[in-house]
Design a protein around this ligand. Structure first.
Ligand code: UDP
Ligand code: MN
Length: 590
């Protein structure tokens, strides 16, 4: 019995021992599993870290801390080799891309806002959030990254719903840049690629169509936003949803990336469609830094309600690649019930390329690319400038021979939205503009129709062919801005020009023709005598003949000048008497 009990105790002990060792084994086994799992995790972590640092190495390894900090000029003692690299990069891109790689994307900027801007408080919870739309075509990665970094660090996160970045058919896909953007900006940056370039207008519309926020902010790919840039742009839109706002555009220097103050101004265009800046009106200057009316936006940087942009039809779909779109959108905005305000408390730096650098956005030759821009200009003039388009065409006659494509949709939109006239625009927004850039250029001696005083219904008319005899046609009702074929200018060079052609005499002054203006005076030299009303060919006194209506009344010829011959008497739509008095000053006549 005792022995039996002893044997049973042994069995129990053995069982206990077995159980204990089993659990130890199990514990050790799970410990091993855990260790292995940890091992896997830590190896993935290090791979991700490695990827990030690899990408950082690609994009940011050359950054020199503090270079260009506070927007100061980025200077260094560069070696000759480095200077050569700088020169090459400037030749290729129009700015110092070599240096850009060395300036931190997160560089600091000096706050150069007007004192009182810093005191303005905006209720963040009331302001709408924005979708920033940036399109680019072959932009340098370092410049693009600085644009995005400045947005991230200087925009209240509550207001920045997303950044929609559109690669408009850049010639090379940069996969690494895409990966880096995902890592650096997470889902704040939504990167899209349009595989075939559509041009900045349509690329912006593509971005706008994907936007989720109520307000769109369009920016160029090479900008840096500054402290407090967004809130003052939004406040006027909150007040009136048909308001579009523009910041003051500061300059980022193309050579050393210095951040320089830009001036407040009122944008406009001259009669050659160059963008110009007019000074503020007196009362606007006094009210600084309150927002003021901006007739024409610069183009690259503005905020606008998403719905209002859509109501305006975005950009004209017929505009291609680049150029003229800022005129189109600005005119459409003002004439169709909206307004543009420049907001001096909002400042954004824009990297202007070197003036010597001619940007090219297509593979086409220079002349063809220029034609694309000119085509855009003509579309804008045809749709929005009314009778004033002729003023532009007189300065840029080559526009008139470029086909515009279909304008029906644009004209329809102008009607549908009950848009006002261009004359309203000039009168209400730019009376000072007309003083600086008069419709009747004082440099011209006379302009408009050239009407015969012997048959007053008839006016001189060029034909479509450049080298041809002009004819006489029924005068346009508007004598100052007649149809183009009847629009003649006695130019400052003392030629009679219409469009691209000038009036000239051939065969010892017997026949009158039109021909390309050769700018050599000679047989294209003309004068007008306000007393006798004669239109006279020839600079030298002894070789002058007068323009005369042909006996059949269909065309013109020349004849010996005779003040009593009514067939030699003419009237311009507009004659600048003051200028005509001085016509012969400093002109050799013998
Ligand atoms: N851009 C584009 N597609 C094009 C041409 C230009 O997306 O076909 C972009 C360009 O990269 C820039 C913006 O449109 O971000 C405005 O162009 P740019 O800066 O050359 O205009 P500028 O400032 O010279 O008026
Ligand atoms: Mn730009």
């Amino acid at each position: 019995m005792c022995l039996d009990m002893l044997r049973q105790k042994k069995k129990l002990l053995l069982l206990l021992l077995l159980m204990a060792s089993g659990s130890i084994c199990y514990y050790l086994y799970t410990l091993k599993l855990e260790r292995e799992r940890d091992g896997i995790v830590s190896s993935t972590t290090s791979r991700l870290e490695r990827e990030i640092s690899d990408l950082q190495a690609v994009f940011e390894s050359e950054v020199i801390p503090e270079l260009g900090a506070l927007g100061r000029p980025a200077r260094g003692n560069w070696t000759n080799e480095e200077l050569e690299a700088i020169a090459n990069s400037q030749r290729e891109t129009g700015y110092n891309a070599w240096l850009s790689k060395r300036i931190s994307p997160e560089r600091t900027l000096y706050d150069m806002r007007h004192r009182s801007c810093k005191k303005l408080g905006y209720p963040l919870e009331k302001l709408p959030s924005v979708s920033v739309v940036i399109t680019y075509h072959n932009e340098e990665a370092s410049v693009l990254l600085r644009t995005l970094s400045s947005l991230r660090s200087r925009t209240p996160i509550l207001l920045l719903r997303e950044i929609i970045l559109v690669d408009d058919g850049s010639s090379q896909v940069n996969e690494k840049l895409n990966d880096f953007l995902q890592i650096k900006f997470l889902n704040m940056v939504k990167h899209h690629r349009i595989s075939t370039q559509v041009g900045l207008m349509q690329a912006r519309v593509f971005g706008a169509n994907r936007a989720l926020a109520d307000v769109l902010v369009f920016l160029d790919a090479h900008v840096e936003v500054t402290h407090g840039w967004l809130e003052p742009l939004l406040a006027p839109i909150l007040k009136d949803n048909r308001t579009c706002t523009t910041p003051i555009i500061d300059t980022i220097d193309y050579e050393n990336f210095a951040y320089r103050r830009g001036k407040p101004s009122r944008g406009f265009f001259n009669w050659q469609f160059d963008y110009i800046q007019l000074p503020l009106l007196k009362e606007e200057a006094v009210a600084m830094p309150a927002p003021h009316k901006n007739p024409i936006m610069n183009g690259g940087l503005f905020a606008i309600g998403r719905q209002w942009f859509a109501d305006l039809g975005g950009y004209d779909k017929g505009l291609k690649i680049w150029g003229g779109e800022q005129f189109e959108l600005s005119l459409k905005l003002w004439l169709c019930g909206g307004q543009i305000l420049e907001v001096p408390c909002s400042r954004i730096g824009h990297l202007y390329r070197s003036a010597n650098f001619q940007i090219r956005y297509t593979d086409k030759d220079k002349a063809s690319e220029r034609k694309l821009i000119q085509r855009n200009y003509r579309r804008v003039a045809e749709v929005w400038l009314d009778e004033f388009k002729d003023k532009v065409f007189a300065n840029m006659p080559h526009l008139t021979v470029i086909p515009t494509g279909n304008l029906a949709e644009q004209r329809e939109l102008r009607k549908r939205l009950h848009c006002k006239s261009f004359k309203w625009f000039l009168t209400n927004l730019a009376s000072d503009f007309l003083n600086l850039y008069p419709v009747i250029d004082p440099a011209e001696y006379a302009t408009g129709v050239l009407q015969s005083l012997s048959s007053t219904k008839l006016c001189l008319e060029r034909t479509e062919v450049a080298s041809a005899r002009p004819k006489l046609g029924f005068c346009s009702s508007d004598r100052v801005f007649p149809k183009l074929e009847q629009h003649w200018t006695l130019t400052n060079r003392r030629e009679l020009q219409s469009g691209l052609v000038c009036l000239e005499v051939r065969n010892q002054g017997e026949d009158v023709y039109t021909y390309h203006c050769h700018r050599q005076k000679g047989n294209q030299f003309w004068s007008f005598d306000p007393k006798t009303r004669q239109v006279i060919s020839g600079q030298m006194k002894d070789f002058r003949v007068c323009l005369e209506v042909q006996s059949d009344g269909k065309g013109v010829t020349t004849g010996d000048c005779d003040p009593k011959n009514t067939k030699q008497q003419w009237k311009f739509g507009y004659q600048n008497n003051h200028r005509l008095q001085h016509f012969w000053d400093n002109v050799k006549t013998h």
